[in-house]
Design a protein around this ligand. Sequence first.
Ligand code: DP6
Length: 420
Amino acid sequence: MGREGEPWVVMKTARAPSNIAVIKYWGKRDEKLILPINSSISVTLDPEHLSATTTVAASPAFHSDRLWLNGKEVSVEGERYKNCLREMRARATDVEVESTGRVIKKEEWSSLHIHIASENNFPTAAGLASSAAGFACLVYALAQLMGVKENYEGELSAIARLGSGSACRSLLGGFVKWNMGQEADGRDSIATQLAEHSHWDDLVIIIAVVSSRQKETSSTSGMQESVRTSPLLKFRAEEVVPKRIEQMEKAIKSMDFAEFAKITCADSNQFHATCLDTSPPIFYLNDTSRRLIGLVERWNRHAGEPQVAYTFDAGPNAVMFARNKEVGAELLKRLLYQFPPSSDADFSRYVIGDQSILESTGVTSLKDIDSLSAPAELSGVVNPPRIPGEVDYLICTTAGKGAYVLDGPHLLDPVSGLLP
Ligand code: DP6
């Protein structure tokens, strides 16, 4: 930060988590404002394992708004970025730059250009919704930089929503509801927290990242096609989801795992049924996804009550919830038994994230997997498929907190405001 008259750069860095919907958002009633045809509920994933980190900087020396995603410069000209930046600039306030005492006036923000650098802490190729974490993080970081004060609860989530619908749920931690809202301008289409992550802290989440060679239909265009052509989607939004939202809110409040699991699986399956009901049909699940569903369904039936729930977004990866740590370790053992890594895989890279679950399985090497015995529910199943390498890797995590500020390190050079 220079003296008066010298070039200066101000910056802030924030982190925002990914989230996984347990009642899915699929379909918009307004494409520009990103207003959904139904409310949705999600679980925020621990930012330690699945999050975006974003640095935003402003300086009179910048000539244009610029954006770097995972180290590569990309265009910031898309409507979604422009809408988020415009709405944040409109809400900027006078900000005192701590180190110099200089005040950036409210009016100055409309002419100051912004540099943005963002990266994910999980492999981008994994096809795990990164836009939700990314847009939530952008809006949260800009709010810190520009001194934006929310005029009403949820205002920032309504701006993140303009970047990507599911992003509005990533600002908050724990269990989050996105109210579809009624207003034409979208001001009531906001996210609210149902419960903190600490409210239900024994849930374990395991994500099976499934190899996919196929180019998937993006959520944005997939849901457009479904709205246009699927009669099942209309029925779902009007008749099924409103009841499920109520039931899911109750299940979360009372930590009723059986109910949570039943609704989560049913809603994922209905979402994929609406994809199949779309013309031409959209297939996000593949054979591996179906085998993962089989593993959970067979186990739950054998146990007599749900131990694990699964849900799939617009891709083949499974997100599974285990009712507690013990069941989480049992789930991981079953996954390792039925979906072992390929023989040349590096075991230390096969199970990533929270290592405490892996530790409680006692499995420490590829050799240990070979000596795992078949789970009871597989007895009587002749030659259950065990195809090494079918699953790319597993991420163990839990529900986590929402967006927060990081003191550093920044992703942009503090003097030049460019990638270091
Ligand atoms: C299947 O939020 O990615 O993950 O609003 O067009 O950016 P846009 O779509 P996006 O859709 C997410 C769809 C989903 C379900 C969900 O997260 O609720």
